[in-house]
Design a binder for this molecule. Structure first.
Ligand code: SF4
Length: 435
């Protein structure tokens, strides 16, 4: 038997009570090395092998190994939560994409923020977009064997030379279509993404990319076109610019024309435009049906529509919400619209647009607000009311801290009023408004 190694297996983060895992005596901190004799490399192996009814687990606890038997009934949750992989366990990219947000972060932030993950496992488990450039044959085969689907793929351009330039001239091949074809042949479903950089991969390049991806539908289920985000920390990086308002309006028109074509030829819209572009263009957001089930809402495709429809339903049901006197924080892009909506639902609630001085540049979305910008802006507001509601999306997953390491509790202390994170979801907002 191979000696246990701390690099092997998966670590239990928590065990839910009254589940098969709890009955079997598993506990947080246990390292599960193998299931039914098959060694585990990561959480995907765990998912893959934990589907059987009878599981023989090889577990390491306090440096000692033991066997644990576990029985699960079909469809019932095992009750195990696994620890997230550590930075050293995540595959990172060797690209230098011209628009990479990580290259545009200021120095001195927490190390984990600079991890350039490009890991197919995170794509499958969490919907992270990956370039597939560094994927070796073994990894490709694993995707196929374990049917890791859907995957989220950063395409940016299908023209190999242009993609090579956009990815910062990596050593590995940037030719994406043959890779997508291979995965499609194996039945893997994918969501493609194009980060649109005006003057580089827009216009005829964008058209070519979309037209070359379309034949891979339905395996390539969607193509998301999202605008490049630029901060003021672009030192020694290629010159880039953001979309002009006219370009944003043109793009809305182009994408809607393509969607109409694809509905006829593919039976679905296939290509979708980021919410930010509609907001910038001042164009009406498409109706919910146009997002075809919101499969890529996490990429900012239809999030606003979903939120606003939910808020409208709340309004129809309750007319006016008896809201506390609170202050709602938003980014400058969405704040005016949120204020209009909330005036109808909860009159008297104050919305404050917080400019993003930390990242500067064109960054105007709520998800990239930092604690210090919120604090500085609110310090100048005379009466914040009973509470301040901050966007939960601005806090790091599971860590409860803003990107600059401040916490809602820090802001509460400085501002003298409760600062409460709220998820971008109408019922959560309603609950927070009522207190
Ligand atoms: S793939 Fe490109 S955008 Fe993503 S982390 Fe690597 S360099 Fe940055």
């Amino acid at each position: 038997m191979r000696p246990p190694s701390s690099a092997e297996g998966v670590v239990v983060a928590a065990v839910r009570p009254r589940t098969p895992a709890a009955t079997a005596g598993l506990a947080a901190g246990d390292r599960i090395l193998a299931i039914n004799g098959r060694r585990l490399r990561d959480a995907i192996d765990f998912q893959f092998h934990a589907g059987d009814g009878r599981l023989a687990l090889d577990v390491e606890r306090d440096g000692r190994r033991r066997a644990t038997a576990l029985t699960r009934r079909p469809g019932l949750d095992l009750g195990v939560e696994l620890e997230a992989p550590r930075p050293g366990e995540i595959s990172t990219c060797a690209n230098k994409c011209v628009f990479c947000f990580i290259h545009q972060l200021p120095r001195g932030m927490r190390r984990s923020l600079y991890v350039k993950d490009d890991d197919f496992r995170l794509s499958f488990l969490h919907g992270n977009y990956i370039t597939l450039t560094d994927l070796d044959e073994a990894a490709l085969q694993r995707i196929v064997d374990q049917r890791l689907s859907p995957l989220y793929v950063s395409v940016h351009a299908t023209d190999p030379d242009l993609r090579h330039a956009l990815l910062g001239r990596p050593r590995a091949s940037a030719d994406i279509v043959p890779r997508l074809e291979r995965l499609a042949r194996a039945g893997i479903r994918m969501h493609a993404q194009i980060v649109l950089c005006p003057g580089l991969n827009d216009g005829p390049h964008l058209e070519r990319s979309v037209r070359e991806l379309a034949p891979l539908h339905p395996h390539v289920a969607t193509t998301a076109v999202v605008p490049v985000g630029l901060t003021r920390h672009r030192e020694r990086l290629p010159a880039l610019r953001t979309l002009t308002d006219d370009e944003a309006r043109g793009l809305v028109h182009t994408i809607e024309t393509w969607q109409a074509d694809f509905r006829r030829t593919l039976g679905g819209r296939f290509v979708f435009l980021g919410d930010e572009v509609y907001l910038q263009a001042g164009a009406p957001l498409p109706p919910a049906a146009a997002y075809e089930g919101f499969p890529i809402a996490e990429d900012g495709i239809g999030l606003v529509r979903r939120f606003e429809d939910g808020l409208a339903r709340v309004h129809r049901r309750h007319r006016h919400v008896q809201a506390r006197a609170v202050t709602v924080v938003s980014g400058t892009l969405y704040a005016p619209r949120l204020e209009r909506l909330l005036q109808a639902v909860a009159p008297g609630v104050r919305v404050v647009a917080v400019p993003n001085a930390f990242f500067g540049g064109s960054v105007a979305v709520a998800g990239l607000l930092t604690g210090q910008d919120i604090q500085r802006t609110l310090a100048a507001v005379p009466d914040l009311g009973e509470a301040v509601l901050v966007p939960g999306v601005a806090l790091r997953d599971g860590e409860g801290v803003f990107l600059d390491d401040l916490t809602p509790a820090d802001l509460t202390r400085h501002l003298g009023v409760a600062v409460v994170p709220v998820e971008p979801e109408p019922r959560a907002l309603l609950r927070a408004l009522r207190g």
